[in-house]
Every structure is written in C-alpha cells, then in structure tokens.
Design a protein around this ligand. Sequence first.
Ligand code: ASP
Length: 342
Amino acid sequence: MNTPLTSSSAAASALPRVAVLATGGTIAGAAPDAANTAGYQAGVVGVDQLLAAVPALSSVARIQAEQLASIDSKDMASALWTTLVERVNALLASADVDGVVITHGTDTLEETAYLLHLAVKSAKPVVLTAAMRPSSALSADGPLNLLNAVTVAASEKAHGQGVLLAFNNRIHSARDVVKTSTYAVDAFQSPEIGALGWVQDGRVEFQRSVVRAHTTATPFAVGAPWPQVEIVASYAGVSRLAVDALVAAGVRGLVVAGTGNGSIHATLQQALAEAAARGVAVVRSSRVGSGHVMRNGAAPDDALGFVSAGTLNPYKARVLLMLALASGVSDSAALQRVFDTY
Ligand code: ASP
C-alpha cells in the first residue's frame, strides 16, 4: 500500500521525503477500554490510521507509507528482518526518499534497530519509533513519538548517525538503546552512555555522536540463510542440558548471558568450552543490564576460545554474531575483532 500524504501549499513541495514502514506493535495497538490497556491487541491499526492521527506530519515531511507487517514484535522473525533490511536499503537507494521511519513494537525493537544499524547501506536517516500505550489509550504516546521520529528522519542533523530510536522526546543510538521498563512511557535507555540527543517541538539536537562503525562502514548484509545462534543464561544451579542439546542440534553460535562481568557457572562453562572446541562460536555477555564484559576478565577467553561481547547485551550480541557468521567470520580471534569494532 502506498499513501502519499502531501499538504497543498507550495512550501510542502520543498519538504524532505520520508518513507514510513509500519510493522505493528503497541503503537498500532487498540483496546476496547481507553482507561485499561490490559486487553489490548498489538498491530491491529493500519499505517494510514496512524498517520491520520497526526495531522502535523504534513508540515514536517512528504510522507509515503507502507504496511510491511502487522505483528506483535515478540513474534519478530528472521524472514521479516530480511524483508525489512532489503526494503529500507531499496528505499534509501532512491533519490526520492530522504529518510525512513519504522514503527515497531517495543519488545524486540533493540534487536531490529541494531540489525539495521549494521546492515543498512546508507547515511540517510533511519529512525525507529514505538509506543508503550496502544493508540486507543488515554494519553497514548504513539502520535507524538511518530511525529518526533519523522522530524528526526527529516533532519539533516541525523545524517550519518546510524540507525536511531526517537522515543519519549529522546534520540538514542540503535547500538546502545535497550528497553528498561515493562510499563513506563520512558521505557528506553542507553545504559551508562545515555541518549544521543533530543527532539522537541520540531527541534532536533544531537549532543554526541556514535563512534563505533555502522551502516555504510560495515561489511554485513542479509540475504544468506541466517546461522542458528541461541542464547543461554548462567544462574544458580544451572545445568549443561541446554548447551548440550543445542550443540547436538547443530547450532553455529551461543551467546551466554553471564552473571556479573560475564562470569559463568563452572558447569555451564565446561559445556561451553567443549562447544567452542567443537567449532561453535561462544560469546560472553552479561545479564546485568549495564557495564561491559572484559575480555579474559571473569573467564579465560584466550584459553577457552570464547569471545567477549563488550557492552552488547545478549540479544544485541546475538544479532552481531549472526551477521558475522553469515559473512564468513568464525574463528574466535576474528570474531573478537568484530565485537571490538561494531
Ligand atoms: N508486545 C508489543 C510489541 O512489542 C509491545 C509494544 O509494542 O510496546 O509489539
């Protein structure tokens, strides 16, 4: 579906052109009762309706809209990731598109955003947005988030900043941002590092920029079959059952959500060391939620053939590991360089 939404004024023809790709989520959710969001359904409101709820958009950008999917992002899958990356790359390769906005559920947004940050091949702005309250709720947060996302995507200042999240007036880098609340409207943070900037009343301000390589400066692409990479966790009393079953099933990589500084229960560490010796890529991340995992800190990475995820949480580390394996990188020293670069 393609929906041109243009203002009739002459000034409108000079506005930047922004493509809005809708994938579902709570921003497109609806509930029978505006005061009670408990029974709402994600992804049931179409992109035309989302755009129509924000008339101010027509003075910010010339918009074309596509309904790419209508899912609850908890169900995000690699096939849709491939479609999304390919569509964003195709749109941005066109001289008729100046930026892209993606509406997405909050649950897996940090994974999709980081995937795009690594696999989009353009310096033009790509901005995700979402909502914590369904479109039918009292004080729904989606309309302002959508307006702010389009404002950022239409801004020259967002060029070359990698993939961004515009949410609750803040602008975050896709690399660092994570969901940190199950219910609050201020649900996203970039732990320790903080937001890149803010957007308010049509004004976009960046206060810092991303230094790690992204978008046009990465070798990553989607298209090949996605390597099977799973996440396991370390916790009191953990067994080696899950690791052994995954290795027997032929998994290519394992990310471990370790305790503290990526430390791993001795039982699990033994199973992972055996997996690494059999050629499975093993990446140590942390379940803590902030900080970084130091190489050779809480586990002897050199001796065991493990890789440290640095500041990436397990979910983002899985995205990078899949792309790295798909690009042909598999030995632990080369994988460590990948994790030190992106
Ligand atoms: N379950 C929803 C989703 O991720 C939650 C949200 O969008 O806030 O699609």
